[in-house]
Write a protein that binds this ligand. Structure first.
Ligand code: SF4
Length: 352
C-alpha cells in the first residue's frame, strides 16, 4: 500500500495549538527535553491528514517540532539482548519466536554473566540503555522471572538504563520490576485497534493497554510503538499514532518498526515496505509525540543510508545499536558510526 500524495489537503487541526498542547504549564516554549509529555487527543482522521501531506511539507513540520522539543544533535543508542529466545505460546504474525510458527527455535535462558558481558560492551560502545527481551506471553511466577530481576539489578549497577520486554504484566509484576531497579518497560501497541486481530489472536489490543496502565501505575517509564508494513492501511497507522498520543502521559520512547518479513511466519510473504513510508511514519510520530524519543527500530538496515538520514532529520532520535535485534539483523556498528558522523549526531549519556 503506497502513501497517497497526489492530492494535498490542509490538515484539519491547528499545528500551533498542537505544539502548545505539548508544552508543560508555565513553559517558555524553549527546548523542553524528552521528559514526559502531555497527551494529545487527536482523531485518526487528523493524523491521517498529516501522513498524507506532501513529503517535504510533512518533513518541514516534523523538523520544526523536533527542533523545538528535543535536544539538538543528540541520539540515544540502545542495545537489545534476547535473554530467552523462542518457545512463546502467543501467535504474533510477525514473530519467529512463536511455537505456532514453523521457524520457531528455542534457546535456554542466558546466564547473568553473558548479559553482563553484553551490557559492558554496550556501555563501552556508547549505549545509554540495555533492553532485555524474553519470548514470553508474560512472566511466570518461577525462577526465570527472578533471573530477569537479577539481570536488571546487575545492569543498573553498571550505570546503564534498564528496559525489559516480557509480555503482559500484572500490576504486582510491574511493581516488582520497578523495585528491582527497572527504568523502562517496552510493550508495543503494534498497530491499530481494528487491525490488531489480523496480526494476533492470542491476546487483544485491550490487553496491551492494560499492561501499559500497570507499567505506569508502578512508576515505570513506557516504551511503546508499532510496526508498519503488515498489510495495514494508512488509516490504521494514523489510528495507532492517535492511540499512542492519547496515552496519558504518552510513552517516553516510541519505536517505529518496519516489518522484516521472516519466511515461515504468517507475514513472511509481505513485500518489504517502501523506505519513504517509514520516513512519513517517523515524521508524523514526531509531530504528534513531540516530547517522546522516536526510535527507528527493526527494518532500519533495509532503509539505506539516505532514508535513515531523512528519518533522523524528521525526528528519529533513538536507534538500536549492535548488529542483531530480537529476531532480525540490524546495521553493523561501523556502518552506524559512519551514519552518525554524517548526520553530526552524538550519543546521549544514560539518565540517572
Ligand atoms: S512478539 Fe512476543 S508475545 Fe508475540 S509471539 Fe513473539 S515473543 Fe511471543
Amino acid at each position: 500500500m503506497a502513501c497517497s500524495t497526489a492530492t494535498w489537503r490542509a490538515p484539519p487541526w491547528d499545528f500551533e495549538a498542537a505544539q502548545a498542547l505539548s508544552r508543560s504549564p508555565g513553559s517558555t516554549g524553549a527546548f523542553l527535553g524528552a521528559k514526559t509529555g502531555t497527551s494529545m487527543t487527536l482523531t485518526p482522521a487528523e493524523v491521517l491528514a498529516l501522513l498524507e501531506l506532501p513529503l517535504f511539507d510533512l518533513l518541514d513540520r516534523a523538523r520544526q517540532v523536533h527542533v523545538a522539543h528535543q535536544p539538538p544533535g543528540e541520539i540515544e543508542l540502545c542495545t537489545l539482548v534476547n535473554v530467552k529466545t523462542g518457545g512463546c505460546s502467543e501467535d504474533c504474525g510477525y514473530c519467529s519466536q512463536s511455537v505456532r510458527h514453523p521457524v520457531a527455535r528455542r534457546e535456554p535462558m542466558l546466564e547473568l554473566r553473558d548479559v553482563l558481558a553484553a551490557a559492558e560492551e554496550a556501555r563501552q560502545n556508547g549505549s545509554a540503555r540495555l533492553c532485555l527481551g524474553a519470548a514470553w506471553p508474560g512472566p511466570r511466577g518461577d525462577r526465570s522471572f527472578e533471573q530477569v530481576l537479577d539481570m536488571i539489578g546487575a545492569v543498573k549497577r553498571l550505570g546503564l538504563e534498564t528496559c525489559v520486554t516480557l509480555g503482559r504484566l500484572s500490576l504486582e509484576q510491574a511493581k516488582t520490576l520497578k523495585a528491582a531497579g527497572l527504568d523502562v518497560y517496552n510493550h508495543n501497541l503494534d498497530t491499530s485497534r481494528d487491525f490488531y486481530p489480523h496480526v494476533v489472536s492470542t491476546h487483544s489490543f485491550e490487553d496491551r493497554l492494560e499492561t501499559l496502565r500497570h507499567v505506569r501505575a508502578a512508576g515505570l517509564r513506557v516504551c511503546s510503538g508499532g510496526i508498519i508494513g503488515m498489510g495495514e492501511s494508512l488509516a490504521d497507522r494514523a489510528s495507532l499514532l492517535a492511540e499512542l498520543a492519547a496515552l496519558d502521559p504518552p510513552p517516553e520512547s516510541v519505536p517505529i518498526n518496519a516489518l522484516v518479513p521472516i519466511p515461515g511466519t504468517p507475514l513472511g510473504d509481505r513485500p518489504k515496505i517502501d523506505a519513504l513510508e517509514v520516513v512519513r511514519m517517523v515524521a508524523a510520530a514526531r509531530i504528534v509525540l513531540p516530547r517522546s524519543r522516536v526510535r527507528l527500530s527493526a527494518g532500519r538496515k533495509d532503509l539505506g543510508r539516505e532514508a535513515q538520514l531523512l528519518c533522523l532529520y524528521a525526528g528519529a532520535n533513538s536507534i538500536f545499536w549492535g548488529d542483531r535485534l530480537l529476531t532480525t539483523d540490524n546495521a553493523a556498528p561501523d556502518t552506524d558510526r559512519a551514519l552518525l558522523r554524517a548526520a553530526g549526531l552524538r550519543a546521549r549519556a544514560p539518565e540517572p
